[in-house]
Write a protein that binds this ligand. Sequence first.
Ligand SMILES: [Fe+2]
Ligand SMILES: [Fe+2]
Length: 182
Amino acid sequence: MTARSHRLPGDPTRAGSVARMIRVDQAGEYGAARIYDGQLAVLGRSPAMPVIRRMAEQEKRHLEAFDRLMVERRVRPTLLSPLWHVAGFALGAATALLGERAAMACTVAVEEVIDEHYAKQIETLGAEEPELKAALAEFRGHEIEHRDTGLAHGAAEAPAYALLSAAIKTGSRLAIWLSTRI
Ligand SMILES: [Fe+2]
Ligand SMILES: [Fe+2]
């Protein structure tokens, strides 16, 4: 299967499209780790803390994997890393300040977007890059678990759940769009 149809203008090579994947995924995992940092800063003493901490630790492992891939493949990070540093933490902290269920709603919204993002990348890779593909599949499994954890902890009962979820999904998709390109 060719990935040609998924390539962006001005980036005609396979290596270029894989580099873009690594760049956006590193940015996403970085943002995810910062969201959990923000949640933990606020919810440090809540009963959900061990659950959040476990998800945060998985995000850090995902991030480390993409950090390694960036070095190995000489892929530069997104220029927007400083923005995700602040925005991720702010999103995590702000939702946590609304309460534990809002923090979980944030997790569910972000993970739903990441699940579909990784699924698309896995499809794009086809038979290419088997190792990267296996990592994406493993991480996607964790993200789906995080979504389910959020739902199990009352995400859908958060105040203004539909609005909150839609706003966070829009922001997450915009972050993916930007981090693929900048
Ligand atoms: Fe992750
Ligand atoms: Fe996650």
